[in-house]
Write a new protein. Structure first.
Length: 234
C-alpha cells in the first residue's frame, strides 16, 4: 500500500492514511516555524485552517480530482483536530507539546535577549508591539511576555500605572452601555419600548437639541441619564 505516491485512484483507507500523515507533518512544520510565523492563531487552529481550505478548494476547480477523497480527508482532519483539542484539555504533556510556553521578553525594564531569540523576533518587532500597547519607554515595563497566540502581554511598573478612581477611593457610576435608538435614519422601536420612550419623544428631542429630523441621523444613542448623542450624515 503506497499511499504517498501519485495514483489515479486511492482506496478509502489510503485517503485516511494520507490525511493522518499530512496533519501531523504540518503540526511539525508549524512547530518548527514558530509562533511568530503563524501570528494570532494557535498551532492546531493554524494547521486545520490551512489544510481544509486547500482540500475543499481543489476538487471544485479540477474535474480530475475525486470529491469523495477530499471529503474523506476533511472528515479525518476534523476528527484529528477534535481529538487533539480533547488531549489538550486532558493531558498536560500534550498541551506543552502543541502550545508554546510563555516567553519573557522584558523583565524589570531590561530586555531578555535569550527570550527574543527563543521567540524569534527582532528588536524592531518588539518595539513595534510595545508601541501598539502605547508603551514608549522600556524602562517603565515591569514584565513583557510573549504569549502562545503571538501577542505580547505588557505590565508596567506599578509606579508608572495610570491613577484610577479606585486608587483614589472615588465613587463612580456603574458602567452602562448606551442604547442605540436611531440607526441609518430609522428609529428602533424595540429599544424605545425597553427604555419606556416613544417616537414622539425622539422627534421632539432631535428638534429641540439638534434642529434636525430622524432621516438626517446616521446614529443616535441614549444612556440611562437621558444623554442623547446624535451623529448626522455628512
Amino acid at each position: 500500500m503506497d499511499f504517498a505516491q501519485a495514483q489515479d485512484t486511492l482506496t478509502m483507507v489510503e485517503w485516511i492514511l494520507r490525511a493522518v500523515v499530512v496533519f501531523f507533518f504540518l503540526l511539525i512544520v508549524a512547530k518548527v516555524l514558530g509562533q511568530r510565523a503563524i501570528s494570532q492563531l494557535r498551532l492546531l487552529d493554524f494547521v486545520i485552517a490551512l489544510v481544509i481550505g486547500n482540500i475543499i478548494a481543489h476538487p471544485l476547480s479540477d474535474d480530475h480530482l475525486d470529491l469523495k477523497g477530499s471529503m474523506t480527508t476533511t472528515v479525518v482532519l476534523v476528527v484529528l483536530y477534535l481529538g487533539c483539542i480533547f488531549l489538550n484539555l486532558k493531558l498536560p504533556w500534550f498541551r506543552k507539546l502543541v502550545n508554546h510556553a510563555p516567553i519573557t521578553l522584558i523583565q524589570d525594564g531590561e530586555i531578555n535577549f535569550k527570550g527574543l531569540k527563543k521567540a524569534r523576533i527582532t528588536i524592531d518587532a518588539l518595539l513595534e508591539e510595545l508601541r501598539e500597547e502605547k508603551v514608549m519607554d522600556l524602562k517603565k515595563v515591569a514584565i513583557a511576555i510573549w504569549e502562545a497566540d503571538g501577542k505580547i502581554s505588557v505590565f508596567l511598573d506599578p509606579k508608572y500605572e495610570p491613577i484610577t478612581p479606585a486608587f483614589c477611593q472615588m465613587k463612580t457610576d456603574p458602567f452602562e452601555f448606551p442604547r442605540t435608538i436611531i440607526k441609518e435614519g430609522r428609529i428602533i422601536s424595540e429599544v424605545l419600548k425597553q427604555i419606556h420612550k416613544d417616537e414622539s419623544w425622539v422627534i421632539s428631542a432631535l428638534d429641540h437639541s439638534y434642529k434636525t429630523e430622524v432621516k438626517n441621523v446616521l446614529l443616535a444613542t441614549l444612556d440611562s441619564k437621558e444623554n442623547l448623542k446624535v451623529f448626522l450624515y455628512k
